[in-house]
Design a protein around this ligand. Structure first.
Ligand code: ATP
Ligand code: MG
Length: 428
């Protein structure tokens, strides 16, 4: 291609972008996830069934927010959906849900249904499949989540969800008292959405949340933890926390039942936290009387969350006493640098620290782990051939590690051995 032609094409491209109004580009970007899912709807319709985008993806599309998962609701029964797509993962056949894989993307496809009672506080005991979307939308929690959209962008809005989106209101579909009694998780979800979207909860809905709040205690804690993680990650976390406090709902959550004052001690300036490990670290630093392990056990957290909370707490205490140095960064897994930055800026606002500083400090570290030390346990045995193996070995390796990381000692065999000779271990 000649240079002239290339310049011409570039000019045209630039021209195109200049001519394209900004809002149109935003809409195109927002539509992209739906475009990827459209062939799934097409295929279901080829089999004479209805299919719609539904729930959070429609809500977020209308709000021009980034879209998470694309959920699809259909009149086709799960057996048929399994037949008509090549790659289907039957994640919840009993409840009508399968995952359809299409062009390396996953789409949750759920048959229109009405729910039975929730005795196990997790899933409805039984569901009934139906062939129209109306009742399926009616079983959904809030009006803003009860919206559906067909493949041409036509919205189905049976409960004035669009109006509530416009007025920034969270309101139950139908009678709040009944809906919260049916599944009390919805109480926590209302607060979670207020934290994510910055919306107000309709006052009648709040009244009903208060009436049913005690029932939260019967819920499976993993379900609450899942919503709580999203609550603390919300852009309007203050909004969510205000509702938690104003409704006294926190008094029905593990740990907070026993220590209801903790929530009031949280720092006033609170930014979003992106994992439950960060949330637990914050609560523990706020009230050290409740250990990390108690939080972990009471909220049935994973080992990963436990590891994360412990690492963060240790790093925060170290930071309080010593500030940011090589040793802190060396000890903290790089997966938690961002979380540490968020937390330290909340908990110790006078000592601001940036993610960039942590990364730069890490890059300047002479070693990344103990394995990188220029001498090993066997070399130490060589220096003290008459000594028996024992805890002294680990102790001196730890000391060498710290000296090297903090720059007191060069990581060469010669330097390390010399240091050991001048600082002989206590061997017993
Ligand atoms: P997110 O963007 O966080 O995924 P979401 O609205 O998609 O938000 P999900 O938990 O993924 O929330 O649920 C998907 C949809 O299923 C909701 O929009 C709502 O319509 C419905 N839903 C989920 N949980 C409940 C519930 N406990 N009671 C009633 N409807 C629910
Ligand atoms: Mg979702």
């Amino acid at each position: 291609m000649s240079l002239r032609r290339l310049l011409y094409l570039l000019y045209q491209k630039q021209h195109f972008f200049r001519k394209q109004p900004k809002w149109k580009m935003v809409i195109t970007m927002l539509m992209e996830p739906f475009q990827l899912a459209k062939p799934v709807l097409d295929r279901i319709e080829e089999y004479n069934h209805q299919a719609f985008f539904v729930g959070g993806c429609v809500r977020d599309f209308l709000l021009k927010r980034p879209i998470g998962d694309i959920d699809i609701a259909t009149s086709a029964q799960p057996g048929l959906v399994q037949q008509i797509f090549d790659k289907v993962i039957p994640v919840g056949i009993k409840h009508g849900t399968v995952i359809v894989r299409h062009q390396h993307q996953s789409f949750e496809v759920t048959t229109f249904r009405i729910d039975g009672t929730y005795t196990d506080k997790r899933h409805p005991d039984a569901v009934t499949f139906i062939d129209k979307i109306d009742k399926d939308l009616e079983r959904r929690d809030f009006t803003i989540n009860a919206l559906a959209m067909d493949k041409n962008g036509k919205i189905i809005d049976l409960f004035s969800g669009k109006e509530d989106l416009q007025n920034k209101i969270i309101r139950t579909v139908g009678d709040g008292y009944e809906r919260f009694t049916e599944d009390p998780l919805r109480i926590i979800r209302a607060i979670r959405f207020s934290s994510q979207l910055g919306f107000t909860i309709d006052h009648q809905t709040v009244d009903n949340m208060k009436k049913v709040k005690q029932n939260i205690e019967g819920l499976a804690i993993e379900r609450i933890a899942n919503e709580f993680t999203k609550l603390f990650a919300g852009d309007y976390v203050h909004n969510g926390l205000s509702y938690l406090k104003a409704t006294d709902i926190y008094k029905h959550l593990p740990i907070m039942i026993e220590y209801p004052y903790i929530i009031h001690l949280l720092p006033k300036r609170l930014d979003a936290l992106y994992s439950f490990g960060e949330v637990i670290a914050l609560f523990h630093i706020t009230e050290p009387k409740v250990s990390v392990i108690r939080w972990i056990n009471a909220w049935k957290c994973s080992n990963r969350t436990k590891h994360e909370a412990n690492q963060l707490v240790e790093a925060l205490y170290y930071f309080k006493n010593n500030g940011l140095d090589q040793w802190l960064v060396y000890q903290l897994s790089s997966d938690f640098y961002k979380g540490f930055t968020r937390l330290s800026n909340i908990v110790y606002p006078s000592k601001t620290v940036s993610y960039q500083e942590l990364v730069e400090t890490e890059e300047s570290l002479p070693i990344k782990s103990k394995k990188d030390l220029a001498i090993k346990g066997d070399d130490l045995i060589g220096l003290f051939p008459h000594a028996k193996r024992g805890p002294w070995l680990q102790k001196i390796l730890n000391r060498l590690e710290q000296e090297v990381v903090t720059g007191g000692l060069k990581n060469t065999e010669l330097d390390l051995k010399e240091w050991v000779k001048w600082n002989p271990p206590e061997i017993n």
